[in-house]
Design a binder for this molecule. Structure first.
Ligand SMILES: O=P(O)(O)OP(=O)(O)OP(=O)(O)OC[C@H]1O[C@@H](n2cnc3c(O)ncnc32)[C@H](O)[C@@H]1O
Ligand SMILES: [Mg+2]
Length: 216
């Protein structure tokens, strides 16, 4: 079994912290560290090791996540885990999708969550079908040139609300309404979001795959 997989033994901090988390997004980092802590793991954010942002030039989550993971691993010499994620709105053909972080800036606006949310609301004005999904694709590489990256996807279905609600989370969370829970993602406590989210679904799948990887 890989030394990075969750274990009932108490794993040594030094071994587990030798995986780089290839993200600079503070919201994602918080969520990853809480979910990983719940299974007794820790990974070190790339910023703590002086790794800057990777280019994300591709049209698919998996290609961008692989690029981010390879970039972090190349700069540190360590195994790396990356997340490429976004909001896919059905009536917009899956947009903003891989461009979620840059949605407003690609339209001439600023690169911020507030500007992205404003543009989303404006684009959906008068739309009856407001169904959407959060998608997260995680990629784990043992080394920059790992020929067998481990890939896991998580999806979380919801609706784009007409009004924002809640102050938790980040990004599109104040508008991402979960009909089953009767609240937006930003109204969920962090641990509730982490028990339902696209990111936590993908991470749990990835950890399971990692645990079985060396045996397959
Ligand atoms: O690339 P890194 O450094 O990880 O950080 P980033 O914010 O640029 O991350 P992405 O390129 O994967 O873009 C993801 C965007 O999708 C949105 N998003 C993804 N997951 C989200 C979540 O759980 N809650 C709210 N918005 C989310 C949000 O706008 C993110 O900035
Ligand atoms: Mg990014």
């Amino acid at each position: 079994m890989s030394s990075y997989a969750p274990s009932s033994e108490s794993p040594s901090e030094s071994a587990l912290s030798k995986v780089v988390l290839a993200s600079n997004n503070a919201g994602k980092l918080k969520e990853f560290s809480a979910i990983l802590a719940s299974v007794g793991m820790r990974m070190v954010p790339q910023g703590e090791l002086g790794v800057g942002e990777a280019e994300e030039p591709y049209a698919t989550f998996v290609e961008n996540a692989l690029t981010k993971a390879r970039h972090a691993s190349r700069h540190t010499g360590l195994p790396a885990l990356a997340d490429d994620s976004g909001l896919c709105v059905d009536c917009l053909g899956g947009a903003p999708g891989v461009y979620s972080a840059r949605y407003a800036s690609l339209d001439g606006g600023e690169k911020s969550d507030a500007a992205n949310n404003r543009l989303l609301l404006q684009t959906l004005e008068g739309q009856a079908d407001r169904s959407a999904s959060y998608v997260a694709v995680l990629v784990y590489v043992r080394s920059a040139d790992d020929p067998r990256p481990i890939i896991a996807e998580g999806v979380w279905h919801g609706q784009i609300a007409l009004e924002p609600a809640g102050a938790n989370g980040f990004g599109y969370d104040p508008y991402f309404y979960l009909p089953d829970l009767g609240r937006t993602a930003a109204e969920l406590a962090p641990e509730e979001k982490n028990s339902h989210s696209h990111r936590s679904r993908a991470l749990r799948k990835l950890l399971r795959a990692l645990a079985g990887h060396d045996e397959s």
